[in-house]
Design a protein around this ligand. Structure first.
Ligand code: AMP
Length: 422
């Protein structure tokens, strides 16, 4: 990585602002999983050890406008009352985050009333030596995500006015050109934190200079969200294994009966093109040979293992079958670099989690044999944690969308905006 990092800065007596990704899952004001918070601790502690004048942290938490709308619609559908203030309090406000961070740092963490504005400015100006301040959710301000650069710059300038140095450790938000991720870097010296550096090191090595054999496993519900990843990785891997709901669109494109399985009818051409490209370029693209079908989309469905060539018309495929598990696991165990994004089946239902768990196990085995194994964020990260193997792989990314875009070969605006090394 040719970007400056926290190691290139002397933080002593400096006013420091750090963008973290504390966008953790929240339920009624209770943090459901603090992995992203703990992942930012090395950077926060490193800066604090160097005795900065003060340290300000900023993050978004959920998407207030969208989250309210969704919850409101659900409440209306269920015929339940909806209390918007209470909902926002429990889903998007940073108070529980600041309190939890104080425990993790073993140090008081102050909370600002907003990310920008006169009141927050006063709080910032009153910060004492070595104090830590958490700003309120950056997405409470529409400038944060505005498409208009002038709007974003107005917010970014205010954020920048609080500090002498900007550190970006929010890998999970780096694919967004937002005021607090990208624009603020225009107004301050801007460097990467340790988490950002680590994410880019693992993902960057995998896509640009992987130790071979390099195997990628792509799963999940839809081809739609993964086409660019598949196309980018196709040119780099020794084998590309495809599972999850998207396998059925590939089979439908080949004229097979897929029953009631997930189908993206508008992606049949894309699926066919991927298959044709793989053939033309002599790429090993492996699709499942068998699948676990159910008679309904339900953990209690009555199930059967069938060949992908014999899916009953009134059933749907919900997981990869044992023959595929064996085939995929053998490929993974032979690999020296493995990237995995997307579950192999409906892993949220225990009866259809076997395929996903087996792939997680194969990654753990490959890691033991010396392979570098990387799990993309989002559902794959939940899946490997559910399998209890998240510490048995080389790296689990904290960024779902960001790691996908990186694997697609795209430039992440939050990274591009940081200062180059020389
Ligand atoms: P994605 O966000 O595209 O990675 O998709 C993740 C989702 O794909 C998970 O919620 C899985 O339950 C779902 N999924 C995986 N396999 C299947 C399948 N065979 N049928 C329907 N959904 C699936």
């Amino acid at each position: 990585m040719n970007k400056k990092t926290v190691r290139d800065i002397d933080f002593k007596n400096k006013r420091v602002i750090v963008r973290v990704d504390f966008n953790v899952p929240m339920k009624n004001g209770v943090i459901q999983d603090d992995i992203r918070m703990r992942a930012a601790l090395p950077t926060i502690n490193y800066v604090l050890e160097q005795q900065p004048k003060y340290l300000i942290l900023m993050s978004h938490l959920g998407d207030p406008k969208k989250d309210v709308q969704k919850a409101k619609e659900k409440a209306e559908k269920d015929g339940k009352p909806f209390d918007e203030v209470k909902f926002i309090e429990g889903k998007c406000k940073m108070k529980p985050i600041a309190e939890h961070l104080a425990k993790l740092l073993n140090k008081p963490v102050k909370l600002a009333p907003a990310a920008i504005g006169a009141e927050t400015k006063t709080v910032v100006e009153s910060l004492g030596s070595g104090e830590v301040l958490m700003l309120e959710n950056t997405r409470f301000h529409k400038q944060e995500t505005s498409k208009d650069a002038v709007d974003r710059e107005a917010m970014a300038k205010e954020l920048a006015s609080y500090a002498d140095v900007f550190v970006n450790d929010a890998f999970g938000s780096a694919h967004r050109a937002h005021a607090s991720t990208e624009t603020v870097a225009k107004f301050l010296p801007a460097v990467a934190g340790f988490l950002m550096e680590k994410e880019l090191a693992y993902l960057g090595k995998a896509v640009s200079n992987p130790t071979k054999p390099f195997v990628a496993i792509i799963g999940g519900a839809k081809i739609g969200g993964k086409i660019d990843v598949i196309q980018n990785l196709m040119n780099k891997v020794d084998a590309l294994l495809i599972g999850g709901g998207m396998m059925f669109t590939f089979y439908k494109a080949q004229g097979l009966e897929i029953g009631k399985s997930l189908l993206e009818a508008d992606k049949l051409d894309v699926a066919q093109k991927i298959l044709d490209d793989a053939k033309a370029k002599n790429i090993r693209l492996l699709l499942p040979t068998d699948t676990v079908v159910g008679d309904k989309f339900d953990n209690a469905a009555s199930t059967n293992v069938v060949s992908v060539r014999a899916i009953p018309s009134d059933h749907l495929g919900l997981d990869i079958g044992p023959e595929t598990i064996k085939l995929f696991s053998e490929e993974i165990r032979k690999a020296k670099t493995v990237v995995w994004n997307g579950p192999m089946g409906v892993f949220e239902m225990p009866n259809f989690a076997k395929g996903t768990n087996a792939i997680a196990q194969a990654l753990a085995d490959a890691t033991k044999s010396g392979a570098v194994t990387i799990v993309g964020g989002g559902d794959s990260a939940s899946a490997i944690a559910q399998a209890g193997l998240d510490t048995s792989v080389s790296h689990v990314s904290t960024g779902g969308g960001a790691s996908l875009e990186f694997l697609e070969g795209k430039v992440l605006p939050g990274v591009a905006a940081l200062n180059d090394k020389n």
